[in-house]
Design a binder for this molecule. Structure first.
Ligand SMILES: C[S@@+](CC[C@H](N)C(=O)[O-])C[C@H]1O[C@@H](n2cnc3c(N)ncnc32)[C@H](O)[C@@H]1O
Length: 308
């Protein structure tokens, strides 16, 4: 199922959905939900319609009705491209197990790819590749590293991290869940090798080949950190580095899902997960990663090393 299917196939339902959209644009989400529900009477199997209805109910403050809409959505959306499980989980109505986000993340970035850099860099002041690159420069100077032999950029996206790494790396590989993001970055010719792959599955097929692994703004879509670090460790050569970012929160939880459908991690839990994975922290910095809906997003930037 493609998330881009925004028409129901029923002309009357589409017209009603258009009216609902107009109400929502005017900020009247209660009326939008009422008219959208009428649209869905004509097209009860229209997944995108249930997604819209859930969103209108949520914005109108009727969480119970939003959850009911997303449960209908979940039943219709086998591949999870609309992220119903995540939306339910934000409200504590589902556990959002690891893996449920994959279909959603892939569809999100497939849709986002052509406008990704303009949206994130130009409008939202996205700084993760720049900040991680700065930390890597410091680490290289401290450790006397001239160049990395083999680097792997997880969730490479359109290649913003790769562009910064290129001069410090002999061989640069990138992987990403989204084919459209890979297509954007392929055009730039930054990477020696690119593949569409889910990162833990890709890492599981690798030997300890990389002396640098990066993940800029990627693990925020993966949930709990320990399984990710368990996958990264064996793919690093002894002495190899992992450089990555996370969104940070200051609550008790190791990790929780935000309404943005991105995960935020706790500082203590992150340090513990790194230690448990046998990775030694070389750099640990708190910084603003980007803006989101007018507010700064605080994050952690980390460089860790697998013992030699
Ligand atoms: C916010 S973008 C960042 C892209 C790039 N690293 C950068 O800094 O510009 C997140 C990227 O991670 C990818 N991604 C998220 N979860 C992934 C996973 N489990 N496996 C592979 N790629 C993933 C997404 O498809 C998306 O391209």
């Amino acid at each position: 199922m493609s998330k881009s299917i925004r028409a129901s196939g029923d002309a009357i339902a589409d017209r009603r959905a258009g009216h609902a959209h107009n109400y929502a644009t005017d900020g009247d989400f209660g009326a939008a939900a009422e008219v959208m529900a009428q649209a869905l009477e004509r097209a009860p199997d229209w997944a995108a319609g249930w997604d819209l209805l859930g969103g209108y109910h949520e914005k109108a403050g009727d969480v119970a009705a939003a959850l009911a809409a997303w449960r209908r959505l979940e039943a219709l959306d086998d591949e999870g491209v609309f992220g119903a499980g995540l939306k339910l989980a934000v409200h504590g109505a589902s556990s959002a197990a690891a893996g449920t986000a994959e279909g959603y993340v892939e569809a999100l970035f497939d849709q986002y790819a052509p406008g990704f850099e303009a949206a994130l860099v130009d409008r939202l002041d996205y700084r993760v590749p720049e900040l991680l690159d700065g930390l890597l420069d410091e680490t290289m100077a401290e450790l006397g590293i001239d160049k990395f032999a083999a680097a792997l950029d997880l969730g490479c996206g359109t290649g913003l991290m790769g562009a910064r790494l290129r001069a410090k790396v002999a061989r640069l590989e990138g992987i990403d869940l989204s084919a459209a993001m890979i297509a954007e970055t392929r055009r730039k010719g930054i990477y020696d090798y690119l593949e569409k792959a889910e990162l833990t599955q890709y890492l599981a097929r690798r030997d300890a080949q990389a002396d640098l692994i990066t993940a800029a703004d990627v693990f925020i879509y993966c949930g709990a950190l320990p399984p990710v670090l368990a996958a990264v460790g064996p793919a690093l050569r002894p002495g190899g580095l992992l450089a990555f970012s996370l969104e940070v929160h200051d609550g008790e939880e190791a990790v929780f899902l935000r309404p943005s459908l991105r995960y935020a991690h706790g500082v203590d839990a992150t340090r513990l997960a790194l230690a448990d994975a046998g990775l030694q922290v070389l750099q640990f910095k708190l910084a603003t990663l980007r803006q989101d809906r007018g507010a700064p997003i605080a994050g952690m930037l980390i460089v860790a090393r697998k013992p030699a």
